[in-house]
Design a protein around this ligand. Structure first.
Ligand code: ADP
Ligand code: MG
Length: 259
């Protein structure tokens, strides 16, 4: 089952299906993401982008197909059998290696910026608090908020909160970071700072999957863009190529509408 090789992708999704009642949110979606790769997922609202990220992060249980994270199988269906999933404890362990930043800032309101960042490392990874705080401060500096360690979320702008959320994700030493429209709830003037933190992170070699409508960011930062529509991957390709010369009409129409 675990056939780890140096070239194994960080994420391998094969024929992932997800239904909500009779509605097929994901129709046999397959995607590989290699170590150090930045993949942007674009597509209209309701096309299944969040559902795919949530399946990868095991916030949703898929109904068919298989996903490997770091060569570890997290759910799969054998011919003629029920779908097998990891046990809850295995899911919790596996999920630690995947950081996720959501559209809405979801910091703990009763903890400071630094408190939010050290919570996971201390409680879950059992890091000594002093060590976690030291690293937390370095991470705050990395996201440009060295002077905000004592601030509570309510005292921070949306963009600052989102940067704390990124630092909090990184504090867990993830192998993969997932971003679900991390800037779409922000005032326009705050978007740039968050995107530039993500851009720097990409340069460090972090493996990232980013759902975004920021096509400029996708063009500059993504190695690959995936276009989804109605629960399917319609097209995927190198960022500049896909944006400047999309092969499919649906992709062309979407890009023209977002621009
Ligand atoms: P996107 O992120 O591309 O906007 P989503 O993955 O959030 O799309 O949703 C894909 C489709 O699945 C949408 O039609 C949405 O209404 C539906 N959906 C998502 N989550 C649920 C849920 N928990 N229950 C029912 N339908 C859902
Ligand atoms: Mg979404």
């Amino acid at each position: 089952m675990s056939t780890a090789t140096p070239s194994a992708p960080i994420v391998r999704a094969i024929d992932v299906c997800k239904r909500f009642g009779n509605f097929e949110a994901l129709k046999a979606v397959s995607l590989d993401v290699n170590a150090g790769e930045v993949v942007c997922i674009i597509g209209p609202s309701g096309s299944g982008k969040s559902t795919l990220l949530r399946c990868i992060n095991q916030l949703e249980r898929m109904d068919g197909g298989a996903i490997w994270i770091n060569s570890e199988l997290i759910g799969y269906r054998r011919e003629g059998s029920r779908l097998h999933h990891l046990k809850d404890r295995e899911i919790a362990r596996q999920r630690r290696s995947v950081g996720m930043v959501f559209q809405r800032f979801n910091l703990f309101p009763h903890l400071t910026a630094l408190g939010n960042i050290v919570e996971g490392p201390v409680q879950v990874l059992k890091e000594p608090p002093k060590q976690a705080e030291e690293r937390g401060r370095a991470l705050l500096a990395q996201v440009g908020l060295a002077d905000k360690e004592r601030s509570y979320p309510s005292e921070l702008s949306g963009g600052q909160q989102q940067r704390v959320a990124i630092a909090r994700g990184l504090a867990m030493r993830p192998q993969l970071m997932l971003f679900d429209e991390p800037t779409s709830a922000l005032d326009p003037e705050l978007v740039g700072d968050v995107l530039s933190v993500m851009k720097q992170l990409a340069v460090t070699g972090m493996t990232m999957i980013v759902v975004t409508h920021e096509l400029g960011f996708a063009r500059d930062v993504a190695d690959r863009i995936v276009f989804m529509d109605q629960g399917e991957i319609i097209e995927t390709g190198p960022a500049r190529e896909l944006l400047s010369a999309p092969g499919k009409k649906r992709t062309q129409d979407f890009i023209a509408a977002v621009r």
